[in-house]
Design a protein around this ligand. Sequence first.
Ligand SMILES: [Zn+2]
Length: 191
Amino acid sequence: MTDWDISTLPAAIAGLRDRAQELQDYPGRLHVHEVTPRDLLGAPKFSPAMWRHLTGSIHASHPVSEERICPLRHDTADCPRCGGLGTYTATRDVYTRPLARALVKLSHAKSKVQPHPLVIIAGLLAEGFSIERTAMRYGVIIMSADQRKTEEARILSAIRALRNRYEETVLGPAPKWTELSEAQQNAEDAA
Ligand SMILES: [Zn+2]
């Protein structure tokens, strides 16, 4: 997946829309509670079944292989990483449901502003990313261009809060320097 650009609202929404594909396997509708004033203080925003579905999968990961350009400076077939080919195959573990993981993390975030960002994200997902209908979910009816700007800024900052918690790659402990071969140690030193 390419980087999630959050510099503008259209880009931020496009990134969320792409990543929301992972929620498609949920058997029910992407049901979200109707928001009442009480909900704005941090009550659950997804239906209980949906939330169980999300939280049940956040630690799942799987390996993916990818071709990488060899970073070592070498002109012999002795290169410990690529054998002189210039590229090598690396495997990394990625989260199977990175968006669910980010949503659950966001749900734990304390928010000084209301509504909680999770209310806004849940609204976007349930309302097909419509600004107007998402705002209505948290009780704002957009009547003017100024008001639309205010709500767009609020929605963008909610997506940024989600993006800050979104990770695709599982970061395991880095190998200890002493576990590398001598050639790798030299390469790490030169890097
Ligand atoms: Zn190499």
